[in-house]
Unconditional design. Structure first.
Length: 119
């Protein structure tokens, strides 16, 4: 399974960005996809994840970020609104067979995409 992420960039605080990640290869069995982020000097954290039954978010992004999935295009997107300085991080797409897998130890990772929020 290969994951190709895109959509990072520089945005002012309060602005919006949309990240996308497309899965290819042996995607049969990929039932959950998600986004992690890693800020400088911090551990990587799960931002949001989604399965066919719903999504989950870290508390710090609830109400501001929305994760969605297009099963026909094998794509997961993260709409990020009302961005804050503390959202600055490298964002990674992840995929696995279950929400538990994606939330704990995803078997598949995409390359990171940098999101920089400026004041």
């Amino acid at each position: 399974v290969q994951l190709q992420a895109s959509g990072g960039g520089l945005v002012q605080a309060g602005g919006s960005l949309r990240l996308s990640c497309t899965a290819s290869g042996s995607i049969f069995g990929i039932n959950a996809m998600g986004w992690y982020r890693q800020a400088p000097g911090k551990q990587r954290e799960l931002v949001a994840a989604i399965t066919s039954t719903g999504g989950t978010y870290v508390d710090s992004v609830k109400g501001r970020f929305t994760i969605s999935r297009d099963n026909y295009k094998n794509t997961v997107s993260l709409q990020m609104d009302s961005l804050k300085l503390e959202d600055t991080a490298v964002y990674f797409c992840a995929a696995g067979g279950s929400m538990y897998a994606v939330s704990t130890s995803p078997p598949y990772w995409g390359q990171g995409t940098l999101v920089t929020v400026s004041s």
